[in-house]
Design a protein around this ligand. Sequence first.
Ligand SMILES: Nc1nc2c(ncn2[C@@H]2O[C@H](COP(=O)(O)OP(=O)(O)OP(=O)(O)O)[C@@H](O)[C@H]2O)c(=O)[nH]1
Ligand SMILES: [Mg+2]
Length: 324
Amino acid sequence: MKRYDLDTLITNFKNKDKIALARLITLIENEPERAHEVFKHFENTKNESYILGITGSPGVGKSTLTGAITQKLLDQGKSVGIICVDPTSPFSGGAFLGDRVRMTNISLHPKIFMRSLASRGYKGGISRAVFDISLLYEAYGMDVIIIETVGVGQAEFDIYNLAYTVVVVLVPGYGDAIQMQKAGIIEIGDVYDVNKKDLGGEDIAVQIEMMLDDAIFQTGWRPPVSMTDAINGEGIEELIQNIWDHKEHLELSEELTQKKINRFRYKIKELVSSKIERLVTESFMNDQEISEIVEHAIRDGKFKIYETIHNKFEEIYFEIKKKE
Ligand SMILES: Nc1nc2c(ncn2[C@@H]2O[C@H](COP(=O)(O)OP(=O)(O)OP(=O)(O)O)[C@@H](O)[C@H]2O)c(=O)[nH]1
Ligand SMILES: [Mg+2]
């Protein structure tokens, strides 16, 4: 992309053009190394988005809930940026509450933007892509960012480090309390929701409540449990209220500042490491050089491999020092 094009894109983006937003996301996904070129244009942007994570097993209704929550937020005049990480089912989710905004029409609404990410195929990794898109949404001026992701504690993407409030969604028939504890579910949620309450779910709600009663919460926040029917919009207001209550708790206890710091803290090492890795593979150790090291090892004896690597490292270190 030419410089001139990027400038135009940024201007349009600042004028709230959703096509420009879409193009910038694609640009950063494909060329993560150009992120600084993009983000330097937003240095004076003051917007702070509230970041919400919605997680739970495949098919529990995360997207349908996201739709229902988004509709309520739109009713309150808020704008919403959605990121779906590795969805197993397409974000169709039927209709938004009241049928006013169909999910299929989501791209037409001026105050919503949605991006779906498959877990593979991002040059900088999925976690990097989610982080960058959240920053772009924030620069765009979104009031709320919703990140939907399957499961908890995935190595490749940890929603806990990015979202300020994590909603864990469960459904009737999920299993017993032990299973939930094993899955690490009870540690991660700030808010719990038992969705598909039209299919039952009283007993699972009771089990979660009992488990939460036994747990100790150092921060003084005891996660609330709501029950929803996301298709008919039942219980959504209570769920949203629980989310805002948690937000208020974070604000009053200064934990929100800590979470905002954490969002960047856990990224910094990763971003620097990936830059160094690129430097190494591009400048110091391409496939050709690896082949040479292997040849040496085979010729001079395999036990020499560590000596060779040690020497290679010294050489790289020396080269880098020279660059300083
Ligand atoms: N009965 C009932 N079905 C629901 C409810 N909420 C969602 N569903 C249905 O459950 C199915 C899965 O819903 P999704 O919203 O796609 O679930 P998801 O958790 O986003 O799924 P993945 O992104 O694939 O993990 C769909 O057929 C929904 O219509 C509910 O409250 N009650
Ligand atoms: Mg989904």
